[in-house]
Ligand binder design. Structure first.
Ligand code: PLP
Length: 362
């Protein structure tokens, strides 16, 4: 890390080689299995990363919020899915502008009540909106809970002059709690669950499941039944993907938080200059906020706003001023807390990228 001795910390480092390798590997996997890749940009929020995903062959992008979608337009994206329950009529002009800027804009429809609210928004856009029906497959968040509800929602959409059903999606965030040994079986069951809904309503429509834990397994077992997956964190990696779910190797993680040891107030404890305003507050089930990337036994076990509490057997050999690269527990909120990231290649700093959709929660 000597090349970074003068870099102000905390800093978010992106290893460009690893990033491009992760983007390429997921794309190749999806292409091999005949499934489109529509990455969720909520993790990276950067045009530079979206451009690389599209150049590698992504069929489109997924966003949570309109602000994210707007921020991604300079990437050249033509097909974009806003996977959130839009209900606000004042957002209509922004939706209309996105609709006109893109070849294919889709938005989520997440319940019968939501379809009514979305119809009113769509009416104000003066455009017919393409919608993807959310199916709850176990997370218990948005989406129809059973086939009867899906049929009722489909019938409601068929009567709507404003909304057109164009497919189905699910977010299986609960896969972060599925042990490695059960992931493949659960992915097969999930394909069956969402395809049963699709087949009962319109077998010609696409289904788009697939988060970073499940995307490869779903693509692999799709056998033509699934048309796209939408993972978000896969090209960066974090402790959730390496330690908790074990779907990624630590060596492949492409983003690190570089922090400086600022004090050692007692034996066995070091303080670093990165706390919850850098790592956010997410933790692994073992209450770890971050771990040293170089394999030393150094874990961030507690965070205050500007301090990280580091414990582990390697703590006592740390020097004040020493810089440590950490893998955070959950990368998505880390990126949302930074204006820019430092790009490294072969141990050298080669660029700074802006996080254009940082804070775009509206
Ligand atoms: C609707 C939706 N799709 C896709 C994703 C991507 O999930 P992951 O970052 O686990 O790949 C998320 C994550 O929250 C999501 O909410």
């Amino acid at each position: 890390m000597t090349a970074f001795a003068s870099l102000p910390t905390p800093a978010i480092l992106i290893d460009r080689g690893k990033l491009e390798a992760n983007i390429g590997a997921m794309q190749q996997w999806c292409t091999t299995h005949g499934v489109e890749l529509r990455p969720h940009i909520k993790t990276h929020k950067m045009v530079e990363v979206a451009r690389r995903q599209l150049a590698a062959g992504a069929a489109g992008l997924t966003c949570a919020k309109l602000g994210e979608a707007e921020a991604m337009l300079p990437s050249g994206v033509r097909s974009l899915f806003v996977a959130h329950s839009l209900v606000d009529p004042p957002q209509a002009p922004r939706i209309a502008a996105l609709h006109d800027a893109l070849a294919d804009l889709r938005v989520a429809v997440t319940s019968e009540a939501h379809a009514a609210a979305l119809s009113a928004v769509a009416a104000k856009t003066g455009r017919k909106l393409a919608v993807m029906m959310a199916v709850d497959t176990g997370l218990g968040r948005e989406g129809v809970r059973d086939l009867a509800a899906a049929r009722r929602l489909a019938a409601q959409l068929a009567r709507s002059p404003q909304l057109e059903l164009r497919g189905f999606y699910t977010h299986e965030g609960h896969f972060y709690g599925v042990p490695r040994t059960e992931q493949a079986t659960r992915a097969r069951a999930l394909i069956g669950q969402i395809c049963a809904v699709r087949d009962a309503i319109d077998p010609g429509l696409p289904v788009w499941p697939g988060c970073s834990v499940s995307a490869r397994l779903i693509a692999e077992q799709s056998a033509g039944r699934v048309q796209a997956v939408r993972p978000g964190a896969y090209m960066f990696g974090d402790l959730y993907l390496t330690e908790v779910t074990d779907v990624m190797a630590k060596e492949d993680v492409a983003v690190h938080v570089l922090a400086t040891v600022v004090d050692k107030p007692e034996p066995g404890l070091a303080l670093i200059d990165a706390g919850s305003k850098t790592f956010a507050s997410d933790r692994t089930a073992d209450n770890i906020h971050a771990r040293a990337a170089d394999g030393r036994d150094l874990a961030v076990v507690r965070v205050n706003e500007e301090h990280g509490f580091v414990r582990g057997t390697a703590t006592d050999s740390l020097q004040l001023g020493e810089r440590i690269a950490f893998i955070p527990a959950h990368i998505c909120p880390v990126i949302n807390l930074t204006d820019e990231v430092t790009v490294i290649e072969g141990g050298r700093i080669t660029a700074t990228w802006r996080v254009e959709a940082r804070g775009k929660t509206r």
